[in-house]
Design a binder for this molecule. Structure first.
Ligand code: ARG
Length: 479
């Protein structure tokens, strides 16, 4: 049995054997990642346990040592969870903090744990394990927000509001339909997390520093013990790949952009100029000088957070792009970016999920806005087309009608018969009288259309899908 002796003399570091003088004090703090990676303690311990079990199974570690290691690691887990454990900057990271404590507790057996392993395969194993569960938590948050949106969409299946293009009134839509647009976006966001998680779920343990190890390890075993789908197939790739972090950050960045657009709409809708909604007091703040103010800080912050989440994606891409294989210390920065992004995205999803159920909707203001700005103009053109007028001519006729209405300060449906006839003989007054925002939305009655009937249909489909997801996440499925 080969034994890896961890130096305790010289620099006092686990790697200190070839060093003669201690690390510069400022460098020690600069080099340390413990502030960031301490949160992976449970994964680090789980990884070490799996590694030790495998070493024992392969005859590389005695049963006695294994038992001491397992017991020691369990005690350390307890110490960390009870807040007793003292993480030290001098011990650099979570891996060496735990290993060093283990050795203090159990002596030589602790020093044998790092056989056939390196921090390079250890750190990426821990990170994958940790991100796996963070990704699952994100899915639960997304699913909850979708459920909240579905409830609102059902309530507002027939609530009419203006639909915009270029932020100019375009055509009437239903609020339910508008909210369902976000349900779709969040579903694709969830799919991106699922997809990234699946690719990330391979076990790097055994890749050691970069080239593998001279010990007869069983990588299949550690992979299975840790719930990975398979061991990674190339040791150089396994210790240097950070695309799983890039993918998660890309998923997070896209999701945060969706939340940011939604935020922007809520902020606009809550302004006095729109007056469409009011957000609950519990999610707004006031001004220290202007007594009348009620500010939509939560959507503003969520919109702002997208900046740093996108920043995380740019950071990891830029950090890795020039790195030669295999591990480089630059990679330590990966966790700062991805943890910050996921923490913030999860908080944003939580705020939205908690805030939206208590949002007040001013249906009258939405209806009023939808009824102005000539939102029914396309439908008038469609009526002309149905009467046999070519669409381009219909467009021109309605354009002239709108110009007339702007001059006269009236709406299309109240145009006098004489004006219709003067603009074009084919423009029947019955056509303008038939225009209403209700008929406009009801007429868009096809898959993906804004008609209340279609909104309710989609809500029903989504409720089934979400119920299925909830069953799956609780481990009970019908099929
Ligand atoms: N704290 C390090 C990180 O996060 C762990 C791996 C260090 N490996 C090394 N060879 N220095 O990347």
């Amino acid at each position: 049995m080969s034994e890896e002796v961890l130096a305790e003399e010289g620099s006092g570091k686990l790697w200190g054997g070839r060093f003669e003088s201690p690390t510069n004090e400022f460098v020690e703090a600069f080099n340390a990642s413990i502030d960031v990676d301490a949160r992976m303690y449970a994964e680090d311990i789980a990884g070490s346990k799996a590694h030790a079990k495998m070493l024992c199974e392969q005859g590389i570690l005695s049963h006695e040592d294994l038992n001491a290691i397992l017991r020691g690691l369990d005690e350390i887990l307890g110490e960390i969870e009870s807040g007793e454990f003292k993480f030290s900057i001098a011990l650099e990271d979570v891996h060496m903090n735990i290993e060093s404590r283990l050795t203090t507790k159990i002596g030589d057996a602790g020093k044998r744990l790092h056989t056939a392993r390196s921090r390079n395969d250890q750190v990426t194993t821990d990170t994958r394990l940790y991100l796996r569960h963070r990704s699952d938590a994100m899915l639960a948050r997304l699913c909850h927000l979708q459920a909240v949106l579905l409830t609102l969409a059902e309530q507002h299946a027939a609530t009419i509001m203006p639909g915009f293009t270029h932020l100019q009134t375009a055509q009437p839509v239903t609020l339910g339909h508008h909210l369902l647009a976000y349900v779709e976006m969040f579903e694709r966001d969830a799919a991106r997390f699922i997809d990234a998680r699946q690719r990330m779920n391979q076990c790097p343990l055994g890749s050691a520093a970069l080239a593998g190890t001279t010990f007869a390890i069983d990588r299949q075993m550690t992979s299975e013990l840790l719930g990975f789908d398979a061991p990674t197939a190339n040791s150089l790739d396994a210790v240097s790949d950070r695309d799983y972090i890039m993918e998660l950050l890309a998923a997070a960045a896209i999701c945060s952009v969706h939340l940011s657009r939604f935020s922007e709409e809520l902020i606009l809708w809550m302004s006095a100029q729109f007056g469409f909604i009011d957000l609950p007091d519990a999610f707004c703040t006031g001004s220290s000088i202007m007594p009348q103010k009620k500010n939509p800080d939560m959507p503003e912050l969520v919109r702002g957070k997208s900046g740093r989440i996108i920043g995380g994606l740019v950071a990891i891409l830029t950090t890795v792009k020039g790195l030669p294989l295999a591990y480089n210390k630059d990679m330590q920065e990966d966790k700062t970016a991805v943890f910050d992004a996921l923490d913030n995205l999860e908080a944003c999803l939580r705020v939205f999920g908690d805030m939206l159920p208590d949002m007040q909707v001013n249906k009258a203001a939405m209806h009023q806005a939808a009824s102005s700005g000539f939102s029914t103009a396309t439908d008038l053109a469609d009526a002309l087309v149905r009467a046999g007028v070519p669409f381009r001519d219909a467009h021109e006729i309605v354009g002239k009608s709108v110009a007339y209405c702007i001059r006269e300060q009236i709406e299309l449906h109240s145009m006098p018969e004489s004006a219709c006839a003067a603009i074009d003989a084919r423009l029947a007054v019955a056509m303008v009288r038939a225009l209403s925002v209700e008929t406009c939305v009801a007429a868009r009655d096809h898959i993906g259309g804004t008609a209340p009937k279609q909104v309710l249909l989609q809500v029903g489909l989504w409720q089934q899908r979400l119920a299925k997801k909830e069953l799956q996440s609780s481990g009970v499925t019908d099929d």
